[in-house]
Design a protein around this ligand. Structure first.
Ligand code: ZN
Ligand code: ZN
Length: 347
């Protein structure tokens, strides 16, 4: 962190995003700010969190309690000092106040700096993400054993959520998606009060939040024999997903890996039917850096955790998405989610 600040010629960084605060300090409360830099490690929260901060925030940080975080942050600051701040998160009003409170301090836009560091996971983080992914797999296995056909999409989605909580998750990492038949052609389909029919495809996209960390996975199941078109789309998406997984390793950019899957899907005549990015980073948040998409300029590095989730969505007809959560290793990638990908029939 300090090395990154020196590179940017910053004396310190003000961190106000709560996920970033959590990553830096371990604090999980809802109100806090951090000032960090070479020689400064300050953590500020309000009186409600005195005990929690003492338990969660390590000795490396000087803990301060104040009702007005910005006032407390600014109080000891004096120019000349270059202070980075999160220009994607700090409100214009707070930016103005900080400028007034901290006289002579130069505020430098430095959004995304902590997020970039967060993209590379350490061994403890990888273990927690893997645990979330394993829990999610076990939960879905239980739900599938209770069957899909005849239950509404909403019932199945709720079952997934409750089962994950019962197994120890603090919650789902996002509202589960359960979408059958033509409804699955919407990449972000909302579960409906409609029963899952036989002989169709059902997209299930789900993840658990465990010990702070998220998981994210998608499988598409059949509820009986399929017509050739739907089966062909499934095989295509599976092939594209496997090719992209084979391309995940340190070196290529997110854009390059996205291209591997996209080329296969385009060659099969489904160019317009794969409208979202190939994947995204997962960590404390279910959607974080790096992105694997046509705009993904970040090079993959060992320790990153990303999803690989191509899909084909033919409006009014069929939707298939297959998503795995993988950790980038020194020479490839390792799957964190383990459920079988050969087309499974669940009734
Ligand atoms: Zn997903
Ligand atoms: Zn995803």
């Amino acid at each position: 962190m300090d090395a990154v600040l020196r590179e940017r010629e910053l004396d310190a960084l003000l961190v106000t995003d709560l996920v970033n605060v959590r990553w830096l300090t371990g604090f999980t409360g809802s109100n806090a700010a951090v000032v960090t830099g070479p020689g400064v490690r300050r953590f500020v929260t309000d009186f409600r969190y005195v005990t929690q901060a003492a338990e969660q925030v390590g000795e490396a940080f000087e803990r301060e309690i104040h009702q007005d975080l910005l006032e407390q942050v600014a109080e000891p600051l004096g120019g000349p000092l270059r202070l980075g701040f999160d220009d994607a998160g700090l409100s214009v009003r707070d930016h103005g106040r900080l400028g007034e409170l901290a006289e002579g301090v130069e505020l430098v836009a430095a959004g995304g700096l902590v997020e970039d560091l967060r993209a590379i996971k350490d061994a403890g983080e990888l273990e927690r993400i893997r645990a979330a992914a394993v829990l999610a797999d076990v939960a879905l296995g239980e739900v599938l054993a209770r069957g899909l056909v005849g239950r509404t999409e909403r019932e199945v989605a709720l079952d997934i959520e409750v089962t994950m909580r019962r197994l120890g998750a603090s919650g789902p990492s996002f509202p589960p998606i359960v979408a059958a038949g033509a409804h699955a052609a919407l990449p972000h389909a909302e579960p409906r009060d409609v029963a899952v029919p036989t002989d169709t495809l059902v997209v299930v996209d789900w993840g658990a939040q465990l010990d702070g960390y998220a998981s994210d996975c998608t499988r598409t199941f059949a509820t009986g024999p399929l017509e050739d078109g739907a089966r062909g789309v499934y095989e295509l998406v599976l092939r594209a997903q496997q090719a992209a997984l084979d391309a995940v390793r340190p070196g290529p950019t997110g854009k390059e890996v996205d291209r591997v899957a996209r080329d296969l899907i385009e060659a099969a005549g489904h160019k317009e039917h794969f409208g979202h990015g190939l994947g995204h980073g997962v960590g404390l948040e279910v959607h974080e850096g790096p992105r694997l998409s046509v705009r993904g300029e970040t090079q993959l590095e060992a320790g990153m955790v990303v999803t690989v989730e191509p899909g084909v969505y033919v409006p009014g007809q069929v939707g298939v998405r297959i998503e795995d959560l993988v950790a980038v290793t020194r020479d490839g990638c390792a799957a964190l989610s383990g459920m079988d990908k050969a087309l499974q029939v669940v009734d």
